[in-house]
Ligand binder design. Structure first.
Ligand code: SF4
Ligand code: SF4
Length: 780
C-alpha cells in the first residue's frame, strides 16, 4: 500500500516508523574506531587515482605523463552525463598513466593516474560559490559535477544527476544509518562536521525543493544524532530520525521503506516514489565544493579490526594505497597467521588481494580482522532447505532457489526470480547453517549474465553489421552489374560507331581507289582516243592542211623512188634485149621508156607513195598507242595491285567484325576483279576502235589501195615482184616494143585507176570527216 505524504508526516510526528522484511543483527564492533576524531594522515609518496570511481563511464584525461599537477587540479573531465572527473589529491608529477589493480573484488587492472607527490601540497585555484542561492540551479549542479562528487555511501551514483531530477521530490532522505558493523566513518563525520553536512543539505534543498528532509541515523549513534539535531534544529523541514539498529537498514530501498512505507520498484529508482536519498558524506562533499571550491579529493576511511594497533577514522586522500593506511593504523601484520584485508564492512565488503589497491570515492572502511575476530568460513555443506536465508532476505527474495539456479547456471530461471533485486547484503549467507557463500554465487551469476548480455549485444551488433554489410555488398553487386551493363552497352555503341568509322574509312579508301581507277581509265581512254584522233587527223586533216607541202614532198620522194626503180627496170630490159636500141620505130627505147615514166606514171606514184607513208605512220601511231596503252595497263595494274594491297592492309589493321571483314574482303575482291573487267572493257573498246578503224579504212581503200597495201606489206621485195611480173609478162612471142607498149599502157591504166581511186578516197574521207570527229567526241 502506497503511503501519502500526510500519513507519512503524521507517523513521523508520532515517532513511529515502518519496518522492512528480513534483516539480521550481526555483532557490532563500532567502538573500535569511533572513539577517536578523524585524523589527517601524512601524504603518501605515491597516489594511484583511478580514472573511473563511480557507476557510469570514465571521463576524458586532461593530463599526460610528466605533467606537474596541483592539489585540486582536475585530471579528467566529464564527457558524459554519467561521468564525473577526478582530481589531483595533492601537488606533484604525473609519473605514469596506465592500468593498476582496482578496488574491486576481481582486482582487475583499470586505468589509473600515478602521481608522485611533493611535500608542498600546492593548491590549484579554487572557485567557491558563496551566494549559491543567487545562482541558477544549473550552475550549482555543474559545480557539483565538476567537483567529481558521486555517492559516497557505496553505490557511487553521480550526485549531479540525483541533484536535478525530472520529477517532484517529496522526501529528501539523508542517509546516516551506516548499518555495517565496524564502520564508523559517517558516525565520526556527523559528530565532527554536522554543520557542514547541514550546509550540504541546504544546497540540496535549494536544488530539489523537497517537502520534507529526513536525516536518518541508526539509533546506535547517539552522538551523531545529537550533532545533527543541533545542526538542523532551526529548520522545521529538517527531521532527524533515529532508525532501529538492524542490518541492512542503511540499504536505500530498505531505508525508504522504513521511513515512508514506499517500495521502490524492482527496476525503478527512489525518485519513482518521490524520494531522493543522499549520504551524509556526500552532503559534506557538496558543501565543501560549493563553499570552498574544493573538489572531492579525500574522504573519511575507517581503519578498524583487531589487526590494527590504532584503529581510527582518517582523512584519506583519494588514491592512497591501502599499504599506507596499514602503516597509519599500525597494522600488526606479523601477528596475523592468515592475513585478511577487507575493503568495506564484514557484510558487504570484499577482500582485497593487493595492498596497493587505492582508496576510491566509495571506500569507507578497511577492515583488518584478526584470526579470532572473524572466523574463516567452514566447508560448504549441502543446502538443508531450512529457509533461513529467505527469512533474512531484506529484498523478499528466495535465496535458496537463486542459489540452485545460479549454481546450475540456469540464469533465465534465476532472472525470473529477480536475481538482480538482490542488494548483496549477505544476510542470507550470514544465517545459512550450511555455510554456503550464497552472495558469491549470486555475484558470479550476475557477472555471467552481464557477460552474456554484453555478448548478446555484441552479437546483435555483429549481426546488424553483417546484415548491413550483406545488404551493402548486394547493393554494390547490383550497382556493379548495372555499371557493367551500361559499360557493355557503351562499348557496343562505341564498337558500332568505330565499326562505322572503319567502314567509312574502307569505303573512302575504296572510293579513292575507284576514283583513281576511273581517273586512270579516263586517262587511258583519253590516251587511247589520242592515237585515234591523231590517226583521224592524219587521215583527214593531213590531205587538207598539210596536203600541199607533205604530199609534194612525199610525191617527190615517191617519184624519185619510182624513177630510180624505172631506171633499174629499164636497165634490166636493155640488158636483156640489147638490140632494142636499134628498133624500127625510130624511137629510142630510152625516150620511150622515159616518156611514160615521167608523164603517165608520175601521177600514180605520188598517190601510191602518199598512201603508203600515211598507212605506215598510222601503223606506227597505232603501235605506239598500243605500246603506251600496254604500259599504262601495266602501270594501272601495278597501281591497282598496290591499292588493293594497301586496302587489304588497312582492313587487316582495322578491328572490324567478321561480317564487316567479310564484306570488306568481298568489296576488295570486287575491286580486284573490277580492274580486270574494266581492262577487258577497255580492251574490247580498243578492239572495237580497231575494228572501226579497219572498217573506216576498208571503204577508203580501193582494190588498188589494198593491192598497194599488200604490195607494201611485201615491200621488202618489190623488185622481186616486178621481176616476177616482168618475167610473167614477157612472152616469147611478143617483141620488145610490144612488150614495152603493153607495159606503158598497163602502167597508164593502172595510174589512172589509182588516181581515180585516190580521188574517190579523198572525197569519201572528206565526206566522213564530220562524222569521224563526232565519233571522236562521243568516244571521248
Ligand atoms: S539458509 Fe542455507 S541451508 Fe538454509 S535453505 Fe538457505 S541456502 Fe539452504
Ligand atoms: S544477499 Fe541477496 S538474497 Fe541474500 S539476503 Fe541479501 S538481498 Fe537477499
Amino acid at each position: 500500500m502506497y503511503s501519502d505524504y500526510d500519513s507519512i508526516l503524521q507517523r513521523l510526528n508520532q515517532g513511529r516508523l515502518w519496518d522492512f522484511h528480513g534483516g539480521v543483527h550481526p555483532p557490532e564492533l563500532k567502538s573500535l574506531s569511533n572513539q577517536k576524531a578523524i585524523e589527517t594522515i601524512t601524504m603518501p609518496k605515491t597516489l594511484h587515482v583511478m580514472v573511473k570511481q563511480h557507476i557510469g563511464v570514465e571521463g576524458g584525461l586532461l593530463v599526460k605523463e610528466g605533467d606537474r599537477v596541483l592539489k585540486g587540479q582536475p585530471l579528467s573531465h566529464s564527457t558524459n552525463p554519467f561521468s564525473v572527473p577526478v582530481h589531483a589529491p595533492t601537488s606533484g608529477y604525473i609519473r605514469h598513466i596506465g592500468p593498476h589493480v582496482s578496488a574491486h573484488p576481481s582486482g582487475l587492472p583499470e586505468l589509473a593516474i600515478e602521481i608522485t607527490t611533493d611535500e608542498f601540497e600546492t593548491w590549484a585555484p579554487l572557485n567557491p560559490i558563496l551566494d549559491y542561492q543567487q545562482k541558477p540551479k544549473s550552475k550549482i549542479v555543474e559545480a557539483i559535477c565538476n567537483a567529481g562528487i558521486s555517492g559516497m555511501g557505496g553505490a557511487g551514483f553521480p550526485t549531479h544527476i540525483k541533484s536535478s531530477p525530472k520529477k517532484n521530490v517529496e522526501f529528501l532522505i539523508i542517509n546516516g544509518v551506516e548499518c555495517e558493523p565496524y564502520i564508523t566513518s559517517d558516525d565520526r563525520l556527523m559528530r565532527e562536521h554536522a554543520w557542514q553536512i547541514r550546509q550540504g543539505i541546504d544546497i540540496l534543498v535549494h536544488l530539489l525543493a523537497p517537502k520534507l528532509v529526513i536525516i536518518a541515523v541508526e539509533d546506535n549513534k547517539p552522538e551523531a544524532i545529537e550533532a545533527m539535531q543541533v545542526a538542523c534544529q532551526e529548520n522545521a523541514k529538517y527531521r532527524v530520525v533515529a532508525i532501529p539498529t538492524k542490518y541492512p537498514a542503511g540499504g536505500e530501498k530498505q531505508l525508504i521503506q522504513i521511513l515512508t512505507n514506499r517500495e521502490v520498484p524492482g527496476n525503478g529508482l527512489p525518485i519513482d516514489v518521490g524520494v531522493i536519498m543522499q549520504n551524509v558524506g556526500t552532503c559534506f562533499a557538496i558543501a565543501d565544493a560549493i563553499f570552498t571550491g574544493t573538489p572531492l579529493i579525500r574522504r573519511v576511511v575507517t581503519l578498524t579490526g583487531q589487526a590494527f594497533k590504532r584503529p581510527q577514522n582518517v582523512w584519506a586522500p583519494i588514491g592512497t594505497p591501502i599499504s599506507h593506511l596499514l602503516e597509519i593504523g599500525q597494522y600488526k601484520a606479523h601477528k596475523q597467521r592468515d592475513r585478511k584485508l577487507i575493503m568495506g564492512g564484514p557484510m558487504m565488503g570484499f577482500e582485497i588481494v593487493d595492498d596497493q589497491v587505492p582508496v576510491v570515492k566509495i571506500t569507507n572502511c578497511i577492515l583488518a580482522p584478526s584470526a579470532n575476530e572473524i572466523q574463516a568460513p567452514g566447508a560448504e555443506q549441502p543446502c538443508i532447505r531450512c529457509s533461513a536465508c529467505a527469512d533474512a532476505c531484506p529484498a523478499s527474495l528466495l535465496p535458496q532457489q537463486l542459489f540452485w539456479h545460479s549454481q546450475a547456471k540456469e540464469y533465465e530461471k534465476a532472472n525470473e526470480l529477480n536475481l538482480f533485486d538482490c542488494i548483496e547484503c549477505g544476510a542470507c549467507a550470514y544465517v545459512c547453517p550450511s555455510e554456503i557463500p550464497l552472495v558469491h554465487y549470486y555475484r558470479v551469476a550476475k557477472a555471467d549474465i552481464r557477460t552474456q548480455e554484453q555478448e548478446k549485444a555484441q552479437a546483435d551488433k555483429a549481426r546488424l553489421r553483417f546484415e548491413a554489410r550483406k545488404e551493402r555488398l548486394e547493393r554494390e553487386q547490383k550497382e556493379r552489374e548495372e555499371k557493367h551493363a551500361k559499360a557493355a552497352e557503351a562499348r557496343r555503341k562505341a564498337m558500332s560507331e568505330k565499326g562505322n568509322d572503319a567502314k567509312d574509312k574502307i569505303a573512302a579508301a575504296l572510293a579513292r581507289a575507284k576514283a583513281k581507277k576511273q581517273a586512270n581509265s579516263a586517262q587511258l581512254e583519253s590516251q587511247q582516243a589520242s592515237p585515234q584522233k591523231a590517226q583521224t587527223s592524219e587521215a583527214s586533216e593531213a590531205p587538207q592542211t598539210a596536203n600541199n607541202s607533205k604530199q609534194d614532198k612525199v610525191a617527190a620522194a615517191i617519184a624519185r623512188a619510182k624513177a630510180k626503180r624505172a631506171a633499174a627496170k629499164e636497165a634490166a630490159v636493155k640488158e636483156a634485149n640489147p638490140a632494142s636500141e636499134d628498133s624500127n620505130t625510130g624511137i629510142k627505147e630510152t625516150d620511150a621508156n622515159k616518156a611514160p615514166t615521167t608523164s603517165d606514171v608520175v601521177p600514180e606514184a605520188p598517190a601510191k607513195a602518199a598512201n603508203s607513208n600515211k598507212q605506215e605512220k598510222v601503223a606506227i601511231a597505232i603501235a605506239k598507242a598500243k605500246a603506251k596503252r600496254e604500259a599504262i595497263k601495266q602501270a594501272q595494274q601495278a597501281e591497282t595491285a598496290k591499292t588493293v594491297a594497301a586496302t587489304e592492309t588497312a582492313l587487316k589493321t582495322t578491328p572490324v567484325t567478321d561480317e564487316q571483314q567479310q564484306l570488306q574482303t568481298e568489296d576488295v575482291h570486287q575491286e580486284k576483279s573490277e580492274p580486270t573487267a574494266k581492262q577487258k572493257a577497255i580492251a574490247a573498246a580498243i578492239a572495237k576502235a580497231k575494228a572501226k578503224k579497219l572498217a573506216n579504212a576498208k571503204p577508203a581503200a580501193s582494190p588498188s589501195v589494198e593491192k598497194q597495201i599488200s604490195t607494201e606489206k611485201n615491200s621488202e621485195q618489190p623488185e622481186v615482184a616486178n621481176d616476177e611480173l616482168q618475167t610473167s609478162q614477157q612472152p616469147e612471142k611478143l617483141t620488145a616494143a610490144q612488150i614495152r607498149k603493153q607495159k606503158v599502157e598497163a602502167a597508164v591504166a593502172k595510174a589512172r585507176e589509182q588516181n581515180r581511186i585516190a580521188k574517190l578516197k579523198r572525197a569519201e574521207k572528206a565526206a566522213k570527216k564530220p562524222s569521224s570527229s563526232t565519233a571522236d567526241k562521243d568516244e571521248s
